[in-house]
Design a protein around this ligand. Structure first.
Ligand code: FES
Length: 575
């Protein structure tokens, strides 16, 4: 209900602001055009339904803003959220004088201040500082509106498509309004210059002299009331905090053993922010996006039942009973939690060798991996679920590759390309690539177990590995530039991955890799394939199940290696 009220009231205010800005922009044409549109705007917003809508929306929106400020358990805000609060509370402070000298003056004091000529004259030729305040108000109000709309719309699947158009409109409208405002001011100035008595007549019609101090007092009253309300909410928060101290604390424990004690009433997302644990929360903790979902382990008394709204979101993602939304869960006792969606930062590949930036040819081992039947998996799923599953998959595969000593070149759709041997000999690189394949399979098994309730069928991969000469270098354009490899070796490795599908096996590895690693595969099927440009056929080996690789025959891992991403050790000796 709160969310719907906030959205409905916000949309009414949005319509009002947009019409106001369009009206301002007509100043580019003339003050007469501004007045013409203002005529029917007044008819709309001063009608009984219009008055109820605009005052109702304003009161509801502000009341909900105070409520949200009170309800927040921590004032540690993300930058955009903080900006939205700041701009939102600045609007009445900046608009107080304008509102009291126009709408309030017209409605309650018998004045006639709601004409563009009157407003422009008052702002620029009586109290110019108010003109500057009004321009600031224009941009403050519009920025607040745009941030709110973005928070609301960015969860829609079509948002990315229409984003460029929305951005263009968001920039164009205030600029046109600003230019219209300036053009109107210039025209008003010319009219005042032509008629020396005009200013006096306008001021006389705007308000009776006796009412002018009243208008200023009302503006001051609005500002004092707003500041008083903000201080009141902050004091209420302090009071609640003192009460909470007596209600005890809940210990939130994260994977790896990090923990924090939080006062009862705070959410797990609050705890993550206080502890500095990266925690995805795309909707900003409003319980809409499900990206803050966590797996919880606690006694039933420590876990309050999910609200109807939280249940609806959890049902939508088909969550198990031990999955909750971190932004909605306010534990009543100790809870072990593990965020299910990797934080945006976690996905970044921090292992990026600085060598070969200028390009060079060297022996390298290339690994390609691809998710089987991903298209079918993505069917009938919410985009967020697909992104969630893919990101978990990429995280596990990326960590497995890095743990084995490889470099994640890129993620291509649902596939992965990795390089081994950027700074070590090819024999060690081949061993690393095979170790990575095995670790990837292990990680995938773990992931399938973790996502058993989210998947219709377990995720399966096909991997191709080949070794040979390739050109290594920093390639791409702009921010998409990165270290990568090109050449026949890369193409053949990719082809082996495709062949793993045809052979119905998990791994296809070339003879070169096995020979270089000093490995013989008794339980693999040998094939010979023709490669264009090669006289002799290329020998490859199809391994039905990667876990069948004879681990004891693999040489020990090479140095240097990146730091292990997790504390697992398998029989390959790979951390
Ligand atoms: S942050 Fe969006 S649902 Fe929790």
């Amino acid at each position: 209900m709160v969310r719907r009220l906030r959205m409905a009231s916000g949309l009414v205010l949005f319509a009002y602001v947009v019409m106001h800005l369009v009206n301002h922009s007509l100043g580019i044409v003339s003050i007469t055009a501004m007045e013409a549109m203002l005529g029917w705007m007044r008819a709309l917003w001063t009608s009984i339904p219009g008055t109820v809508a605009i005052y109702g929306a304003f009161l509801i929106h502000f009341a909900l803003a105070f409520y949200a400020l009170y309800e927040r358990r921590t004032l540690k805000l993300r930058p955009l959220e903080g900006l939205q609060y700041f701009l939102g509370f600045s609007i009445p402070l900046l608009a107080a004088t304008h509102v009291s000298s126009t709408r309030i003056n017209d409605t309650f004091l018998g004045g006639d201040g709601s004409h563009y000529m009157t407003v422009l004259t008052g702002l620029w030729y009586v109290q110019p500082v108010n003109g500057i305040v009004q321009i600031a108000l224009l941009f403050v109000a519009w920025t607040h509106v745009c941030i709110g709309l973005r928070f609301w719309l960015r969860l829609r699947p079509w948002y990315v498509t229409v984003q460029p158009v929305l951005y263009a409109a968001a920039l164009l409208l205030p600029v046109l309004a600003f230019l219209g405002f300036l053009a109107g001011e210039r025209e008003a100035g010319m009219m005042l210059a032509q008629d020396p008595d005009l200013l006096a007549r306008i001021l006389a019609s705007q308000a009776r002299p006796a009412e002018r101090p009243v208008i200023n007092d009302i503006a001051l009253g609005i500002r004092i009331a707003l500041l008083g309300a903000i201080i009141g909410v902050l004091l209420a928060r302090l009071g609640r905090r003192r009460r909470q101290r007596h209600q005890g604390v809940s210990r939130i424990t994260y994977p790896g053993g990090r923990w924090i004690d939080i006062p009862r009433g705070l959410t797990v997302l609050d705890a993550s922010q206080m502890l500095g644990v990266p925690h995805t929360s795309i909707c900003g903790g409003k319980g809409r996006c499900s990206t803050c979902r966590i797996r919880v382990r606690a006694s039933p008394e420590a876990l309050p039942s999910p609200s109807a709204e939280e249940q609806r979101v959890l049902r939508r993602i088909g969550a198990r009973s031990n999955v909750r939304l971190a932004c909605q869960l306010r534990p009543r006792g100790p809870v072990d939690v593990s965020p299910l969606l990797p934080s945006p930062k976690a996905g970044r590949n921090r292992y990026r060798p600085p060598v070969y930036a200028e390009g060079g040819e060297r022996e390298i081992v290339i690994l390609f991996a691809d998710l089987r039947d991903f298209t079918r998996l993505a069917e009938n799923r919410l985009p967020y679920d697909v992104v969630f599953i893919l990101n978990r998959y990429f995280q596990e595969m990326g960590q497995a590759i890095e743990a084995a000593g490889g470099y994640v070149d890129k993620f291509i759709g649902d596939g992965v390309m990795a390089l081994f041997g950027l700074d070590i000999a090819s024999a060690q690189a081949s061993s690393q690539a095979l170790a990575a394949a095995r670790l990837m399979a292990t990680r995938l098994d773990d992931l399938n177990r973790a996502l058993a309730d989210d998947l219709d069928a377990p995720l399966r991969i096909g991997i191709g590995i080949h070794a040979g000469p390739a050109i290594i270098g920093d390639m791409g354009y702009g921010r998409s530039r990165s270290l990568t490899a090109v050449g026949d070796t890369v193409n053949l490795a990719s082809r082996l991955q495709v062949l793993s599908k045809s052979y119905g096996c998990e791994l296809v590895v070339s003879e070169e890799v096995l020979r270089s690693a000093g490995l013989t595969l008794a339980n693999a099927t040998r094939h010979e394939i023709e490669i264009r440009g090669r006289v002799a056929p290329t020998i490859i080996h199809a391994v039905t199940t990667i876990q069948d690789l004879p681990v004891t025959a693999l040489p020990a891992r090479a140095e240097p290696m990146p730091a292990p991403a997790i504390g697992l050790t398998d029989s390959l000796g790979v951390p």
